[in-house]
Ligand binder design. Structure first.
Ligand code: SAM
Length: 606
């Protein structure tokens, strides 16, 4: 918890201040920005290049804001900045806002950070600022766990733990070695301390270290560099994305944010025509207590997509409704999962335990079970989400263009196919991203992938006087959304190896039968007889799944990337997958821990 001493933020846990009481802003600029020569290095960036800063100790985010401001003032317009930082004890929203209110000159930057802050999740957070020119990767966790997982290469380090005597775990030889391993050749560091063992530790790890004048009352500070010159990052000027669902639109958006013109190819006459075409879809993550790669990915993807939607999709009840979600403990195994999960002490803005009475209060209808509440849970219109993601002027949409083959050509790939009138077309690009769901197997290069089609049907059921009271998404074996435009959506069935998209009465019956496990009152109020069941609306589509539930995201052959097998999680996982692909294409800092990146790129079940 943040304390205040003499008008300055102070950590009672460590007994130290977050910055010097002379002038925090000037101190940060002196020690970290000038200490790493950033004004000169930012202005020397080539168009399209990127620069990566790594920090240990995010604290109030002041260093981040100072670096962002300097970058926006000094760098060429088409360059970008990655800022990677680690924080074990994140401030609350009000603490962050109070601490940053000290710096009126940084207000526009601080406001943007505070807006994203309520989307933070434990683990890796990737947020984009300034139209994507500045990317923050904030790891909420311990310094060592995070440092060993960095991939992509850091150019300059801000070593900003509390004073070494009070916060020794931030200044260990292992930390310094991990800093060096995560660096690019020629990377620099600076820090306000000039403690002898810090200097010796950094030297032993590989830095050439020097002393220079410190700030204010501090006589000296340390700065240094690694030997070598960083290799240039690739310049990518053309990309093709195959598939106009949420995975393809998100990949196109992330590439376009990096200034690449993208051709987005969709075989159907509109975007979001297949698995992303339901009128409403829920942002749902089912976590377990073990923090394996899938859990870490889902959490990071959830925080990322919530922040992405904040920028791109209004909460207007048509595009998106932030109504929260309840996951009910309707069976013994579910109760055990929820109890194990709840025992991990999650931030309340992400999820919290509720009993049946509290759950009923949030839902507005009577529920027999408690469970977990996700306050940020929401439904979105997937077609609107796709349209919003693909709306960049750098994205050219070619709908009604069926891609049929991929050929390796000099400097990249050729995609060939036919349009709706049977006319042949072909486009070349340096990079191709295939996001075509289970149909990706039709390309020879991807025919080995164990993608399974899974038919899913949702049911639209007219609201009743009672069900209209439902305020939140409720999930147990199935789910129900609050009423919008007079009906609830219930979902969804799973028909493995079934590619048909006809509406089926038994599937409606299955969706409706799951209501009884959530709320007897809702089930009774929404019960329909066999005749009415045949008239219910809904939609069936085919998702793609892979063994193990982890999607497949990464480079399959040089220059050929895939974002596939998102299954029922696509609305959550597509955004961060697109960001991962775009960062990989440019050899930038990756938005996920390296073990998760490796898992995402692993084909299972062959
Ligand atoms: N750079 C910050 C700013 O601009 O406000 C100030 C950082 S403050 C001096 C040091 C930070 O390191 C604190 O926020 C503290 O919670 C964090 N920290 C301390 N021990 C840590 C650990 N083992 N892992 C990660 N973060 C840690």
């Amino acid at each position: 918890m943040l304390s205040w001493r003499d008008g300055q933020p102070f950590s009672a846990r460590f007994g130290d201040v977050y910055f010097s009481d002379d002038s925090g802003l000037e101190e940060k600029c002196h020690v970290f920005l000038r200490g790493n020569n950033l004004p000169e290095r930012f202005s020397a960036l080539r168009c399209g290049d990127s620069f990566a800063i790594g920090e240990v100790g995010f604290g109030t985010g002041l260093n981040f804001l100072c670096a962002w401001r300097l970058f926006s003032e000094t760098s060429p317009p088409s360059s970008s900045l990655d800022f990677f930082s680690i924080e074990k004890y994140p401030l609350s929203e009000s603490e962050l806002a109070d601490a940053l209110a000290l710096w009126p000159a940084l207000r526009p930057y601080a406001d943007e950070l505070c807006t994203k802050w309520h989307r933070r999740v434990p683990g890796w957070n990737r947020w984009c600022f300034d139209g994507g020119r500045v990317r923050l990767t904030l790891v909420i966790g311990d310094v060592m766990d995070a440092l060993t997982e960095v991939r992509g290469g850091i150019d300059a380090w801000f070593l900003d733990g509390f004073s070494p005597a009070l916060n020794p775990e931030m200044w260990t030889p292992e930390v310094f070695e991990s800093v060096v391993r995560a660096s690019r050749p020629g990377a620099s560091f600076s820090t306000y301390t000039c403690a002898g063992y810090v200097r010796r530790g950094l030297e032993r790890a590989g830095f050439r270290v020097g002393r220079c004048p410190g700030f204010g009352r501090k006589r000296e500070m340390l700065q240094g560099e690694l030997p070598g010159l960083p290799p240039p990052r690739p310049i990518v000027t053309s990309a093709i994305v195959i598939g106009g669902g949420v995975a393809g639109c998100a990949a196109a958006a992330a590439l376009a944010m990096r200034g690449v013109p993208v051709i987005l190819i969709e075989g159907e006459p509109t975007l979001a025509a297949a698995a992303s075409g339901n009128p409403r879809g829920i942002l749902h993550i089912r976590l377990s207590a073990g923090m394996g790669a899938l859990q870490r990915f889902l959490l990071a993807a959830y925080g990322h997509v919530l922040a992405l939607l904040d920028e791109r999709l209004p909460v207007d009840g048509e595009s998106r409704a932030e109504c929260g979600e309840l996951q009910l403990a309707t069976s013994e195994p579910e109760l055990r999962r929820i109890e194990r999960l709840a025992a991990l002490d999650w931030p309340a803005h992400l999820m919290h335990r509720v009993d049946a009475a509290e759950a009923s209060g949030f839902a507005g209808v009577k529920l027999e079970h408690g469970g977990l509440r996700f306050p940020a849970g929401c439904w979105v219109s997937p077609p609107r989400m796709c349209a919003a993601l693909a709306a960049s002027p750098l994205v050219t949409q070619h709908v009604g263009h069926r891609a049929e083959s991929l050929t390796s050509v000099s400097g990249g790939w050729r995609v060939s196919g036919q349009d709706g009138g049977g006319r042949a077309w072909a486009y070349d690009a340096q990079v191709v991203v295939v996001c075509a769901g289970y149909q990706a197997r039709s390309f020879v290069q991807l025919s080995h992938l164990p993608l399974t089609p899974v038919r899913g049907q949702i049911t639209a059921i007219p609201e009743t006087a009672y069900s209209e009271r439902l305020q939140t998404i409720v999930c147990a074996k199935g789910y129900i959304t609050p009423s919008a435009r007079g009906s609830h959506l219930l979902g969804a069935t799973h028909g493995f190896n079934d590619e048909a998209v006809d509406l089926r009465v038994p599937d409606h019956a299955e969706n409706i039968s799951k209501l009884a496990g959530m709320s007897a009152a809702l089930a009774e109020s929404l019960s329909v007889d066999a005749v009415a069941m045949g008239k219910l609306g809904g939609r069936a589509s085919v998702r793609a799944s892979l063994p193990g539930a982890m999607p497949l995201v990464g480079e399959s052959l040089p220059g050929l990337y895939v974002s596939l097998g998102h299954g029922t999680h696509g609305l959550v996982t597509a955004g961060l997958s697109g960001e991962l692909i775009a960062a990989s294409v440019f050899r930038q800092l990756l938005p996920l821990p390296k073990t998760v990146v490796d898992e995402l790129a692993t084909v299972r079940g062959l």
